[in-house]
Design a protein around this ligand. Structure first.
Ligand code: ATP
Length: 946
């Protein structure tokens, strides 16, 4: 049941008719109960997405990989081999491989589920919100819960959550590009249209998927979910698929390359075996093929993509726990390689707890005592409350007008705490006004009535309201507050006591000097001005007066507000700098305030220049390119300036993480390498444009996120180093074992007492087992290794640097070779002939099965020890040995499983192993440990060379 009969009709009906049709009340909105009923009846306000894939399909998808096809082929070959031997006993190979396939699929499914769960949790955290009126109260709800009939309250920066018919609008501009392609924001107007119009001309409607760039409005929801205009455009529904990041591309590329290399090696190995052995029966041929397939499967690190996505997803979850919500796991990579963090000041570096400290008007200055939002304190000159006279008149007017020209409110909660609703800069005026005169807000609200507003934007850096003054016979006054330098430009007079006098050059210079003094003390400065409008001007402005009215103003005075820096920020800035990351402040605030705070926080050193938006506009591109290399503080910038600064930094090869909160910051956030939106003060639009949302608006959180990003990247290298060297070890063991069989005595013996045509260094089932226990959990454990202390003391990684560089490839090859050599030499020990004389300590020595079991065990152990080596290319495996319990758990589990495979009877049959005694285990451990010692030596040499 959807109460809207026809999408076309709403704009030609008057607002009351629409409210009536959707059964709602413009003042109180729907009741919560009614909203709940409608939500159940009409469904959630969301666009249909591709149906979620059912679990069975996701399980099936685990089998859809060329590698699994290989394994399935291996099962077929094994069954054929079993058939060739007239179905004697159990088809053990086939069963083991089938178990491997199932286990791999189960692990893949679980890992994928974990990654999906983490991403879904993030999606919930970043759900769009809308302001509505329900039960007569204004509240924030998740936009998916909007229903037809909801009264939608719109303000600058909101993402419009549903299609709605406007009932009120004040300078409401909406960007409708996603729907109409129109790149300019459209000025909305609630007036009823005379006739049906095209989408772009329905000025009295707002549509889901668009964004409010300016102004305010109230609208009644007429359509939700698929019934909206955007729902009707089917093509827009197709989720844009994420481009794989360079990292993902590189890993896929490496995987593919390895796959091809391994298959070539396998073909050579299998070919060599078939050539050099005395193959007589079909079962021999089948055995060799089976072995070849197992080798190929084991040597390809098929777990790579799954482990990568799990590691990224877990990292993203850790970041979320520290207040940095990364919307796409792939942004982690860019965060880790950021070379510049461009941050705004207010709220991010500072606490955004504004307190007016000083007031300067024509007659003199005063100091305001008391901190925080509690309206307790005094406005004093030389330690005395202000007495009757010009100074008191000026300052009363300033605080009263400053409070009028704002939209925030102050309230005391049940526990006595004072809290601000709205912009803290505006609230600071309310607090100071009460400190001057307790009853001021009551008197003010009786005397004045708002009739219009010219909103604040960060381009204009000021705002004005139109107020009817009942004490002056209904005179309409334009009251403005804003950046002093901007406001002063529009002033012709200055308030002195109860009168005004013209502003001459000396007067202007005096005011600017006062502003500089306040700014130098790190205070945020704001000024207040006004103009009584003439009768013609005052009338007919409606709710959206033109900014042209802001001229010939009377300057009342300047306030200096304290906005203390966040405590943790100076430390975070120092950490960022130690990590080779430049911190750049880009603020709308006064250059001197900005410069002072930047130097207090350690962003700049004495003598560093500050560039203002105006200066920036005057520079040529070439000069600006030079300037961005040196400048770390930009003040009085506009959103367009921000975009330019980013472009220049990027052209200089920097990877830029950039913060923003206002709707106009969205383009800059999109173009930065990592756009960071403010979770508390940020608008819905910036949150949509950003890749990362700071839940606490805090700069220090960005630095935490960078640390986590770097750590994740390090961990990816760790598990790659581990997986690749282990796989290299397996391939080389088999390859060298076959090619050099005579050297290690492998061909001079018999297999289990009977002379075999083909003697393989490892059995197919052993290779598959090795693959299973060493490729999965140890690699995952490395993927969640905690950061090393050096993570924030080295330079950022170059964004285009390869994940695996030449040095790492060389290491992979060396370690792989060492693993292969120790495994083969261990076999040699238990075989007659070869390089090492047979050790006769045990009666079973000389038995091919013992030799193979020992070699196989050395391989497993060497892999497990390699897990510790792989944690760093240069730091000893013994350093930070116990910082990651998961590695110990993974290695312990694998070791127990290996003991089971070697020393439990029925597993002996399945894996072609024989039990080893304690001496033999110790010999295996000693041989495997060579990989550890070799790696330690290698690290020593590398450190020595560095
Ligand atoms: P940042 O860019 O670091 O967040 P900011 O808050 O100073 O700093 P803007 O919001 O662009 O940046 O504000 C620019 C200037 O406009 C401020 O320095 C102040 O003088 C003035 N201003 C800020 N808020 C208001 C407001 N609500 N009303 C009038 N003027 C304001």
């Amino acid at each position: 049941m959807n109460p809207l009969p026809n999408r076309e009709n709403w704009s030609v009906q008057n607002a009351d008719a629409v409210l009536h049709a959707v059964k709602t009340d413009a003042i109180t909105g729907l009741t919560e109960q009614e909203a709940a009923v409608r939500l159940t009846a009409n469904g959630r306000n969301e666009l249909e997405q591709a149906p979620t894939v059912p679990a069975w399909q996701r399980i099936l998808a685990q089998f859809q990989s060329p590698l699994i096809y290989l394994l399935l082929a291996a099962i077929a070959i094994a069954v054929v081999a079993w058939g060739v031997e007239s179905f004697k006993g159990w088809p053990i190979d086939a069963l083991v491989i089938a178990a491997v396939v199932l286990l791999n699929a189960a692990l893949g499914y679980l890992e994928e589920g974990k990654a999906r769960g983490a991403v879904a949790a993030l999606a919930r955290m970043t759900e769009a919100r809308s302001s509505v009126i329900r039960n007569g109260q204004r509240l924030q709800i998740n936009s998916v819960e909007l229903v037809v009939g909801d009264m939608l309250v719109l303000a600058e920066g909101d993402a419009v959550g549903a299609d709605a018919r406007l009932t009120q609008a004040a300078s409401l501009h909406v960007m409708e590009a996603p729907l109409t392609g129109e790149s300019q924001a459209v000025l909305k107007n609630p007036a009823t249209l005379a006739q049906s119009a095209s989408l772009g001309d329905k000025l009295n409607m707002v549509f889901k998927g668009t964004a409010v760039t300016q102004g305010t409005g109230l609208a009644v929801v007429t359509a939700t979910g698929m019934a909206t205009e955007i729902g009707a455009i089917a093509s827009l529904l197709k989720e844009v698929k994420d481009e794989p990041t360079p990292l993902e591309k590189e890993i896929t590329h490496i995987g593919r390359l390895l796959g091809i290399a391994v298959i070539i090696i396998t073909v050579i190995v299998v070919g060599t075996i078939l050539l050099i052995s005395d193959i007589q029966t079909t079962s021999d041929v089948v055995g060799v093929l089976l072995f070849g397939v197992a080798l190929a499967v084991a040597a390809v690190p098929e777990g790579l993509p799954a482990i990568l996505s799990v590691v990224l997803a877990l990292g993203v979850r850790r970041m979320a726990a520290r207040n940095a919500i990364v919307k796409k796991p792939s942004s982690v990579e860019a965060l880790g390689s950021a070379t510049v963090i461009a941050t705004d000041k207010t709220g991010t570096l500072t606490r955004s707890e504004m307190t007016i400290e000083q007031i300067i008007t024509a007659t003199g200055n005063s100091r305001v005592t008391g901190v925080g939002y509690a309206p307790q304190g005094h406005v004093q000159q030389d330690g005395q409350d202000l007495g009757e006279g010009a100074l008191l008149d000026e300052q009363t007017l300033l605080l009263s007008y400053g409070s009028l020209a704002g939209n925030s409110s102050l309230a005391q909660s049940a526990d006595g705490q004072w809290a601000v609703h709205g912009d803290p800069t505006e609230a600071a005026f309310l607090v100071a006004e009460c400190k001057l005169l307790q009853d001021a807000p009551i008197l003010r609200s009786k005397r004045y009535a708002r009739v219009g507003e010219i909103p604040f934007t960060s381009e204009r850096k000021m705002m004005s309201t139109l107020e009817v003054d009942h004490d002056q016979g209904g005179q309409i006054i334009l009251v403005s507050k804003g950046a002093p330098d901007v406001l002063l430009e529009k002033c012709t007079h200055v308030q002195t006591g109860q009168t005004t006098r013209p502003l001459d050059e000396a007067g202007r210079a005096q005011i600017l000097e006062a502003v500089d003094t306040l700014s130098d003390a790190a205070l945020r400065t704001l000024a207040v001005a006004y103009r009584p409008l003439s009768a013609d001007e005052g009338q007919g402005q409606g709710k959206t007066p033109t900014a042209a009215l802001e001229r010939d103003l009377v300057y009342v005075g300047t306030v200096g507000m304290m906005d203390p820096p966040r405590e943790e920020v100076a430390v975070a800035i120092a950490q960022a700098q130690a990590a080779g990351i430049r911190v750049v402040m880009i603020t709308g605030d006064h250059p001197r305030t900005a410069a002072r705070i930047a130097s207090d926080l350690g962003i700049t050193k004495a003598g560093d220049a500050t560039l203002t938006g105006l200066e920036l506009d005057a520079l040529s591109d070439a000069d600006l390119a030079q300037a961005v290399r040196r400048t770390s503080v930009y003040a009085r910038v506009s959103p367009a300036n921000k975009l330019k600064i980013i472009a220049m930094l990027q052209a200089d090869g920097q990877v830029v993480a950039m913060t923003g909160d206002g709707v106009n910051d969205a383009p800059a956030l999109k173009s930065a390498n990592v756009g960071v939106a403010m979770g508390i003060s940020g608008t819905e639009v910036t949150k949509e444009a950003a890749k990362v949302i700071l839940a606490d608006d805090n700069f220090a959180t960005i630095v935490d996120a960078v640390r986590e990003g770097r750590n994740i990247f390090d961990n990816i290298r760790k598990f790659l180093r581990y997986l690749l060297s282990s796989n290299m070890g397996e391939v080389l063991t088999v390859f060298l074992g076959v090619v050099g069989a005579s050297m290690i005595g492998l061909n001079s013996t018999s297999d289990n007492g009977k002379t075999a045509a083909v003697i393989l260094p490892l059995l197919a089932t052993q290779i598959l087992w090795l693959n299973l226990i060493t490729d999965t959990w140890p690699a995952l454990a490395l993927g969640i290794d905690p950061p090393t202390p050096s993570v924030m003391t080295r330079k950022p990684r170059h964004i285009n640097a390869r994940v695996i560089d030449f040095r790492m490839w060389l290491g992979v090859f060396e370690i792989g070779l060492v693993i292969a050599v120790v495994a083969l030499l261990t076999m040699d020990m238990y075989l007659p002939g070869g390089l090492i004389a047979q050790i006769d300590a045990d009666t079973r020595a000389g038995d091919m099965a013992t030799a193979r079991t020992a070699g196989f065990t050395v391989l497993v152990m060497a892999h497990l020890l390699q897990c510790f080596n792989a944690r760093s290319e240069t730091t000893s495996a013994f350093a930070n040995l116990f910082t990651n319990r998961w590695i110990w758990a993974a290695v312990g589990l694998s070791a127990v499983l290996q003991i089971a495979v070697v020393n439990i009877g029925f597993l002996n049959v399945a894996f072609g192993t024989v039990p080893l005694n304690l001496d033999q285990w110790l010999i295996c451990l000693a041989m495997a440990s060579v990989v550890l010692w070799y790696s330690e030596l290698r690290k020593l040499l590398l450190n020595f060379a560095a």
